[in-house]
Design a binder for this molecule. Structure first.
Ligand code: TEU
Ligand code: CA
Length: 576
């Protein structure tokens, strides 16, 4: 592989099939809808698209529960539709990534149906089955105290065969047993090579550090005594054989020159992350680290209130992900949104007024695009879409993660109205649903996502008449046109934007975030106001108007000497 593969300077646009564009008017986004918007995606100035799971699935977890890797979920379309998207992208010079979900399958995958059919089934060992434990009084218990990522025990009892199976995620997502070499080969063939042969350019790899589990399956340490089931990521992430498995996957990917971006939660140590992405290891091209996304969240992810993070904490996390590029052969990613996260403006900017919304959307665009690594943009982020309105009813939430959490709080609090109200507020801040409401294309009923008379599978945001693609395309000052300009500036200066070495001179400072990037003879100075107030600042005065300095982009019309206005951002390029 070459020193500078296509993906290093790339911006990759993430598409969520259910909510991007509905072509046939049934209220659910689909593949022909995606095909119809390729010119739009291209017009943003991105290099590739990543399509979230479009595989056949009973949709307990929006397609992350796959029942057949080699087929498409019928409401989304057919395998031929995927082939048309691959061809349509390649014609336009766009690359295509699919989602690779191989930690688990759906409980309705033929492999699992066979596995659970009997203890002696040929595929019994393709999933993780363990006998129950019994208390002295005969009470049956799961093999250990692990909590599933979506709440409850990570083990499900199977009446038929009288054993538990492991599911790190939903009950309907049994974990594959990667210890079995036949299972691994079947995964590589069915989930990977089937699609690589069709000419895709790579994969986003779901939960990439969870395939190898420590085989003793011991109890997790008690981190929260109030919980019956304990979060156990330290016991199932980054397990003993994970790098062996990924190296083998790397060989297969290498045959097709395919890139990968692995999802790497629960791995804060830079040295450890580097093992996954170091070029000489030949495992993954890059990973998504969750340091920034997890700022201000706790063990249950929802136990938080808005803005309970500090800028110093935030910038420390930025530094940690950027550190990965400092003198190593590794690579990194820059992102603030995906289908599992609340909208970044609602979390890190402001939607208090249209003015603050627009300034902060552009400021966050400057932050993201100035960080080194491959840049990822989630659908709707380019027009500044925000969280669902906080006063929407709980019935508008569809994600099982949100609904499990809400039910859990109702149960443990015995429906205490304050606790339930707080749970609802937490969801209004952080639920995955916010990223999953329909894309806002125009100001017509249903926002142009589906036909005007259809019932959209998730409610369309109330703000679509004002906040939509069409309006912003026609407005030169829009968030959409700012993103296009920002991506153009990044493309024109790839060395310092995508490869530069990051440094933060004042990591403990709150309110104003000024950082630098250096590459050869170039230095980037990025100044961002993270508050809705004016902030004075002196260190920019020397750059403004200087001969060797170019003001590349900003989100206000002028550049006062020692003042940053609400959510103001500026980027200067210094040529040495
Ligand atoms: O997410 C894995 C994961 O670690 C999530 O639990 C994440 O931490 C959480 O959503 C909070 O951000 C992946 C997919 O991205 C997610 O959509 C799936 O539900 C999950 O795997 C199971 O396949
Ligand atoms: Ca449809």
């Amino acid at each position: 592989a070459s020193e500078n593969p296509w993906w290093k300077n790339a911006t990759i646009y993430q598409v969520y099939p259910a909510s991007f564009k509905d072509d046939n008017g049934d209220g659910i986004g689909d593949l022909p809808g995606i095909l119809s918007k390729l010119d739009y995606i291209k017009s943003l100035g991105v290099d590739a698209i990543w399509i979230c799971p479009m595989y056949d699935s009973p949709q307990y977890d929006m397609g992350y529960d796959i029942s057949n890797y080699e087929a498409v979920y019928p409401p989304y379309g057919t395998v031929a539709d995927v082939e048309a998207i691959i061809a349509g992208c390649h014609e336009r010079g766009l690359r295509v990534l699919l989602d690779l979900v191989i930690n688990h399958t759906s409980h309705l995958h033929a492999w699992f149906i066979e596995s659970r059919s009997s203890k002696t089934s040929a595929k019994r060992d393709w999933y993780v089955w363990r006998p129950a434990k019994y208390d002295t009084d005969g009470t049956r218990r799961p093999p250990n105290n692990w909590r599933s990522m979506f709440g409850g025990s990570a083990w499900e009892w199977d009446e038929e065969t009288q054993e538990y199976y492991l599911h790190l995620f939903a009950v309907q997502q049994p974990d594959l047993n990667w210890e079995n070499p036949n299972t691994r080969e079947a995964i590589y063939e069915s989930a990977m090579e089937f699609w690589l042969r069709k000419g895709i350019d790579g994969f986003r790899v779901d939960t990439v550090n969870m395939y190898s589990k420590e085989q003793s399956f011991g109890d997790a340490p008690i981190v929260d005594p109030r919980l019956e089931w304990q979060p156990a990521p330290s016991l199932y992430c980054n397990g003993p054989r994970i790098h062996e498995f990924l190296r083998r996957m790397g060989e297969i990917l290498g045959k097709y020159n395919a890139m990968t971006v692995g999802e790497l939660p629960n791995t804060p140590q830079v040295e450890h992350v580097l093992r996954y992405v170091s070029a000489k290891e030949k495992q993954l091209s890059m990973v998504f680290q969750f340091d920034i996304m997890d700022v201000g969240t706790g063990n249950l992810r929802f136990n938080t209130t808005p803005r309970n993070w500090t800028l110093s904490d935030f910038r420390e996390r930025v530094a940690r992900t950027q550190e990965l590029l400092n003198g190593t052969d590794g690579w990194s990613t820059s992102f603030l949104e995906n289908h599992d996260q609340a909208r970044s403006i609602s979390r890190f900017g402001s939607e208090e007024t249209p003015e603050l919304w627009q300034r902060s959307a552009k400021m966050l665009s400057m932050l993201l695009a100035s960080l080194s690594g491959t840049l990822y943009l989630y659908q709707g982020q380019e027009i500044g879409m925000v969280n669902m309105p906080a006063d929407w009813d709980i019935s508008e939430y569809k994600d099982l993660d949100s609904l499990n959490y809400y039910k859990f709080i109702q149960e443990v609090s015995r429906n205490d109205s304050t606790a339930v109200r707080e749970a609802k507020l937490s969801l209004a801040h952080l639920a995955r649903d916010h990223a999953r409401i329909p894309m806002q294309w125009d100001g017509t009923p249903n926002a142009g996502f589906t036909s005007q008379s259809a019932k959209s599978w998730m409610r369309v945001h109330d703000n679509y008449p004002l906040l939509n693609v069409k309006r912003q395309q026609h407005d030169s000052t829009s968030v959409f046109n700012f993103w296009r300009e920002m991506l153009r500036v990044r493309r024109e200066n790839p060395n310092v934007f995508a490869h530069g070495i990051y440094s933060d001179p004042e990591p403990t400072k709150e309110n104003v975030f000024v950082f630098e990037k250096t590459a050869d003879t170039q230095k980037l100075v990025v100044a961002l106001n993270f508050t809705a107030d004016d902030q004075t600042l002196d260190q920019l005065a020397g750059y403004i108007g200087a001969a060797s300095v170019k003001a590349l982009i900003r989100n206000y019309d002028d550049e006062p000497l020692n003042l940053l206005r609400p959510f103001e951002g500026r980027i200067y390029l210094v040529e040495k």
